[in-house]
Unconditional design. Structure first.
Length: 364
């Protein structure tokens, strides 16, 4: 079976003028915003993807914040290809603000046929990024969603004659949908499609709005067969189930998604495990008031922040020994809630650390 890297090797000799934009191009450009651009492009610089990939090759990869090892393969493949190499990238932005609990990054690709692709990055391994994700469980609007809308407005104003495609993976997919939903009508009319690749949904306050219901027909959502992240919160749009060669939560890895020609390898439905997890999480959220969710999540991240780590890779092996002592300061928590918080915190950190550790092994 093939993945997005294989697709570039196969279809990379044909430009987008020769073979029209398709759903695999969406996956690749949605992943593009994850690449470590900070030292190789300026915010207002306009540069070809080929040139960016050449700059990337000159970097010490061991020192770069690469989130997934396959990014190291995909970036040069894009640069060397006829399909992506000549495309222009611009307006890169990467902002992490602990006070606002915001982790936001985006880049815009200038496409043929008077179109652009706005790509939003999903969650990285920063603690701020994960905290913002969990804020979705009790907030109708999070900081990166607001930033995504403002970014889209700026891009639309700068390129007033261009039609717009928007996409992202994980949280990037969520904020892509949010931005498209709440911009003004003039910009909405220029939007061709919005791509949500295994990104969370929204709370009822958002999906019941006229703006969301109006945009829903342009939203294309893709989730792997055992999706967890992509089924969080509420969705109203139809979705395509993509075959992944990974298991469980690791199917969130876009590089594990199978493609055939210009389409994803689709399945009829998600697995029973995905359905069970989805129902369990929704039932948990339904039975806990938003204020209680906020309290629990804030306590969990108070504990994590007490480690003084900026990302999950910096958290030391025996961090959990002090959780009990930390929780003694929360007088209003009963023993049951303390046990739940300890359990959630351990599972969250352990799962993320295992993912980081496994990916480092693959890179060697």
């Amino acid at each position: 079976m093939a993945n997005v890297c294989d697709y570039v090797k196969w279809r990379g000799d044909l430009s987008i003028e020769q073979s029209e934009f398709n759903e695999i191009d969406n996956l690749i450009l949605s992943r593009f915003s994850y690449f470590p651009f900070d030292k190789i492009i300026k915010e207002n610089e306009v540069v070809t993807i080929k040139e960016l990939s050449e700059r990337f090759k000159k970097q010490d990869i061991r020192k770069l914040p690469i989130l997934w090892k396959d990014d190291v393969d995909l970036f040069p493949l894009m640069g060397e290809s006829e399909r992506f190499g000549k495309l222009l990238a611009t307006k890169y932005i990467n902002k992490i603000d602990p006070e606002q609990e915001k982790q936001f990054a985006a880049i815009t690709v200038l496409m043929p046929n008077d179109t652009i692709f706005v790509s939003y990055r999903g969650t990285d391994n920063t603690i701020v990024g994960w905290k913002e994700d969990l804020n979705m469980s009790f907030k109708s609007h999070i900081a990166s969603q607001i930033s995504a809308k403002k970014y889209l407005e700026i891009i639309a104003q700068e390129y007033p004659d261009k039609k717009i495609r928007i996409g992202g993976h994980s949280k990037g997919g969520n904020i892509a949908v949010y931005a498209a939903t709440f911009v003004n009508k003039e910009i909405k009319d220029r939007i061709i499609n919005v791509y949500n690749n295994d990104g969370p949904g929204f709370c009822d306050d958002v999906i019941e709005t006229p703006e969301y219901k109006e945009m829903i027909e342009k939203v294309h959502t893709y989730i792997p067969q055992s999706s967890v992240i992509g089924r969080l919160m509420n969705h109203r749009e139809k979705y395509t189930v993509v075959k992944s060669v990974q298991k469980g939560i690791m199917q969130h890895d876009l590089y594990s998604w199978q493609v055939q020609g210009t389409k994803v390898v689709s399945l009829k439905e998600v697995t029973n495990g995905s359905e069970i997890v989805d129902k369990t999480i929704k039932e948990w959220l339904k039975n806990i008031e938003p204020s209680k969710r906020e309290e629990v999540i804030n306590i969990i991240f108070d504990i994590i922040n007490a480690t003084d780590a900026k990302n999950f890779g910096e958290i030391k092996e025996k961090w959990f020994f002090d959780i009990g002592a930390m929780l003694k300061g929360y007088k209003n928590l009963d023993d049951e809630n303390k046990k739940m918080i300890i359990d959630i915190t351990k599972k969250l950190i352990s799962a993320i650390r295992v993912t980081i550790k496994n990916d480092k092994k693959k890179r060697k």
